[in-house]
Write a protein that binds this ligand. Sequence first.
Ligand code: SF4
Ligand code: MG
Length: 320
Amino acid sequence: NEKILQVSNLKKYFQVGKGKNLQAVNDVTFHINKGETFGLVGESGCGKSTIGRTVMGLYEKTAGDVIYNGENVHKLDVKQKFNFYRNMQMIFQDPYASLNPRSTVKEVISEPMEVHGIYKNKQELQTRVHQLLEEVGLHRDHANRYPHEFSGGQRQRIGIARALALNPEFIIADEPISALDVSVQAQVVNLLKELQVEKGLTYLFIAHDLSMVKQISDRIGVMYLGNMVELAGSEQLYENPLHPYTQALLSAIPIPDPDMEDNRERIILEGDLPSPIDPPSGCVFRTRCPAAMEVCSVKTPVWMEVEQDHYVACHLYDTE
Ligand code: SF4
Ligand code: MG
């Protein structure tokens, strides 16, 4: 497997007052293989989007490294960064917010190509916009209309067409389906999958809902309060979740087949999500963990590989 992205011990803190930091991302390590989908899941505010933005170099890092195709993202100069954005693009949760309402669909989609000056004439640009619209399942006649004339799912398709305009190899999709109806969610996920196969794309797919993430992801990282608590292949994670937080998240997903008996026990987490400004000592999950032990409040669990390609940070799996 060829690695396209390596994130090592990434920290991103935001200063929120005198001597106070919001620990949005704390010591997170993972990699993404070329051509795969890596799912990043967790409740809102757990640091998923911050990871996406820091990986893309939109945020400076506090510590750690982001290496993309052998290059340190945070050491690129202005020109290198400009070229870097041809390879890495982002799709957002609310496509309408990221689409200028006064621009036509054609303008929205062609903007990145204009900025990068990668077409020879208007005719070539027009042809490319039509091609992109058709690739995302829209019609070329849609080019002269405005984003607000489209449904949520169609707007997300426009956002995807725009992200594809520069022929990127890596796409960060930040909750691309969270605002859509369930039926439309599946269509957008299917489109993303098809495009991945056709174009050999690599995805970082960010979501708070574990059920859709399973369908699209090869491997999944679970985040809680700025920390990655577990990482495994999709199947492995669903069949053998090790971290108590992952177990709770999975227990909340309904079984897809309504005729199947669901005798799983639902794990309800007690208490509120602590503040990332003042996270608990030791294990960040300990204030809500049904399995918490004494050691959990004094020692931070280390990130370890407990079986092949299955990582967890939890004292239940300490070997000594
Ligand atoms: Fe629970 Fe302790 Fe494991 Fe944290 S380290 S998840 S508190 S058992
Ligand atoms: Mg977010």
